[in-house]
Design a protein around this ligand. Structure first.
Ligand code: GLU
Length: 286
């Protein structure tokens, strides 16, 4: 958790941190977490950030224990602006279904994990951003021409992830008659697609492009190219947290100084992902 940080340079920033700490401490379980951290005697000043661990190009923990992806780069930039060097970051896996709970319990300070802003989630958490606009799409085996339009998904075995907007959209409107399998992570869906247990994986095009570009999957899968929804990625924080304003300032700077473009190129370039331009802070596309 965030603890008092010597790297903060300006009084304003220090005041902002004090405010955010007050808010967090005023919360619930977070107070204990901070108390436990600072009382441990380690002297560590760390920030805990939730990301995905299994989404290449977006958020990935590699076998050698490093973290890569667009969300990782964005989160690292934001942490730096909050006064935390890369070595001060503790990465924590934030699976789709766990994100609100992780924030509410104070297990993480913020979440950057392909986390779409929507009304349902905003009842429980707050979002800074958005910092990326993605769209729901499908991934099928390269030799499968049976899904030409979204309606063709009905009666297909479709895989998505529990707690994701992708699964909810399928149930609500996209293909209510599809046989939806909900797994814990998209990587499990990919294995199912490869093994022909399922017919299509559906989630954000940003995530699917990253999987399709993996060496192990090259030539095996293709994207449908359907823009089935607008997914505005936000950075999740505890409800009422002062961090939201600070993170928005960091995100604006990240776009203005060219870092956003560089992160897009670095992480999505290899997958040939055609990204949308940088969104404006507060501009959630319905
Ligand atoms: N962006 C969508 C969501 O927040 C799908 C990706 C994910 O599950 O993280 O649910």
């Amino acid at each position: 958790m965030i603890t008092m940080n010597v790297r903060r340079t300006t009084a304003a920033a220090a005041a902002a941190l004090a405010l955010s700490l007050t808010t967090v401490v005023g919360g619930s379980g977070a107070a204990q977490a901070i108390g436990a951290g600072s009382g441990s005697g380690s002297g560590a000043e760390t920030i805990t950030i939730g990301i995905k661990f299994d989404q290449p190009g977006v958020g990935l923990k590699t076998p050698d224990g490093t973290y890569t992806g667009f969300d990782v780069d964005v989160a690292t930039y934001v942490a730096k602006e909050l006064g935390f060097a890369p070595g001060d970051i503790k990465w924590k896996e934030a699976k789709s279904a766990d994100r609100e709970t992780l924030l509410q319990r104070g297990d993480v300070d913020f979440i950057a994990a392909s986390y779409s802003i929507n009304d349902e989630r905003e009842k429980k958490v707050d979002f800074a951003g958005p910092y990326l606009l993605a769209h729901q799409d499908i991934l099928v085996r390269a030799d499968d021409d049976s899904i030409k339009e979204p309606e063709d998904l009905n009666n297909k075995k479709l895989c998505s992830v529990t707690g994701s907007t992708s699964a909810q959209n399928v149930k609500d409107e996209l293909a209510p008659r599809a046989q939806l399998q909900e797994y814990g992570g998209y990587s499990e869906c990919l294995t199912g697609l490869e093994n022909e247990i399922i017919d299509a994986v559906t989630t954000d095009d940003s995530i699917l492009a990253g999987y399709a570009a993996q060496d192990e999957f090259k030539g095996k899968f293709k994207l449908g190219g359907f823009k089935l929804s607008n997914e505005n990625y936000g950075i999740g924080v505890q409800q009422g947290s002062e961090l939201k304003a600070e993170i928005n300032t960091a995100l604006e700077k990240m776009v203005a100084d060219g870092s956003w473009e560089a992160y897009v190129e670095k992480n999505f370039g290899p997958a040939n992902y055609e990204n949308e331009p940088a969104p404006k802070i507060g501009n959630v596309v319905e």
